[in-house]
Ligand binder design. Structure first.
Ligand code: HEC
Ligand code: HEC
Length: 353
């Protein structure tokens, strides 16, 4: 996966090389047999969640991270938690075109779901954070989000006997500090996984898990002459961990959001955003970093139109060639990527008697 994302970075810098990526996708397509359980499909099976060597996933860490994720006392006004925006009943996002922060202020971008984000090799729409540990302090401190004073948060946690016990169990030889706080939040997020959708069951051999229309949709998704999707939404997590400009209408705005360019000032990166996973995608409308697509059909129509503002399109973005029926097949396939689960149980917050 690492090698592939490097290849993609290169393709984004040197347009020419994209020919190679497209060739390898064409080869992959020819070699794929669209039959439930076929060996050629096994690359889509998600591996177990990667864990950093200094922050292995343990039940005590999950429990602590889960409480922290849902605790509004981690915010300045004590009224906003991570889950206010990454809401489990809204696909771990917020169902809004753009995030809503402190005092309902509109944020610059849409809230991404945290589903499968533990598989990402880079975080945020513009990749400005390298991993989940690195990410977690940002929203707590951000003035327009939770706007907390971290020293006060650490004091609150150290004064709460339930939290001190939970920290001791989770990180026995470490103090309560930003390090253990962010490690616990990261660990909990690594358990928010989608890996048992009808598509996953079909890949593993259950021929009844997807409908014939959904299998057709998957074929179109992979086909380098039709949907052309897999070049970016690649196996196993439907992402290349790369950044692409898809020619969204908002790129034509005055002073547009430049995305990845603010981190990597290369022309190709102007208006480029991270390729999101597509697992559980039916749960998280509206779509794109600017929330500009209301439905999955709107998204696919955007690809068929080949984008709206075409001044800096990713070399890997070629208009999809899909009829109206095929567009419906594609949408049916995208809906097969959602794992059915029991409703999520929000934890009881540790309160002092
Ligand atoms: C006010 C809404 C809001 C709150 C509160 C919030 N987030 Fe987010 N989150 C966002 C938005 C918006 C983004 C995307 C911002 C960007 O990419 O520029 C984001 C991005 C992320 C990402 C990156 C996901 C990816 O795939 O790149 C992670 C992980 C994340 N948030 C975790 C958290 C955690 C942990 C907390 C609590 C400490 C939290 N968020 C609190 C709105 C919020
Ligand atoms: C050139 C790379 C590329 C190709 C090809 C591509 N995508 Fe994407 N996809 C992306 C990127 C990057 C985003 C996020 C763009 C943004 O928000 O600015 C995205 C976003 C999406 C989203 C919305 C995700 C969300 O969480 O908001 C869906 C759904 C989607 N793509 C499906 C598809 C389908 C279906 C195809 C084929 C018809 C396809 N993509 C082809 C790179 C690509």
């Amino acid at each position: 996966m690492r090698l592939y994302s490097k290849a993609c970075l290169l393709t984004s810098i040197f347009g020419l090389l994209s020919l190679n990526v497209n060739n390898s996708i064409a080869q992959e397509f020819t070699e794929t047999t669209f039959k439930a359980g076929h060996e050629s499909l096994q690359q889509w099976i998600l591996p177990s969640m990667p864990e950093p060597s200094d922050n292995a996933i343990t039940p005590a860490r999950i429990k602590l991270g889960k409480a922290l994720f849902f605790d509004p006392r981690l915010s300045g006004d004590k009224n906003m938690s991570c889950a206010s925006c990454h809401n489990p009943s809204l696909g771990w996002a917020d169902a809004l075109p753009k995030g809503k922060g402190k005092n309902s202020a509109l944020l610059a971008r849409a809230t991404p779901s945290i589903i499968n984000t533990g598989y990402n090799t880079i975080q945020m729409w513009d990749g400005r954070k390298k991993n989940l540990e690195d990410q977690a302090i940002g929203p707590m401190e951000a003035q327009e989000e939770m706007h907390a004073d971290i020293d006060q948060v650490l004091q609150f946690l150290s004064d709460n006997s339930h939290y001190t016990k939970m920290f001791r169990r989770a990180y026995p030889s470490e103090p309560i500090n930003t390090d253990t706080l962010t490690k616990a939040l990261a660990t909990f997020q690594r358990t928010v996984v989608s890996n048992n959708s009808p598509f996953d069951q079909w890949v593993k051999g259950d021929s009844n898990a997807m409908t014939a229309q959904q299998v057709t949709g998957f074929k179109l998704f992979m086909d380098p002459n039709k949907g052309k999707c897999a070049v970016c939404h690649s196996a196993p997590n439907f992402t290349d961990d790369g950044f692409h400009n898809l020619g969204l209408a908002s790129f034509g705005d005055e002073g547009p959001d430049l995305g990845r360019y603010s981190e990597r000032p290369l022309r190709m990166m102007k208006g480029a955003f991270k390729t999101p996973t597509l697992r559980d995608i039916s749960l998280t409308a509206p779509y794109f970093h600017d929330g500009s697509a209301d439905s999955l059909t709107d998204v696919v129509v955007h690809y068929v139109n080949g984008g709206e503002v075409k001044s800096n399109l990713s070399p890997n973005f070629l208009a999809a060639e899909l009829s109206e029926d095929e567009t419906a097949d594609m949408v049916a396939f995208l809906k097969a990527l959602t794992t059915e689960r029991e409703p999520f149980r929000v934890p009881n917050l540790p309160v002092e008697e």
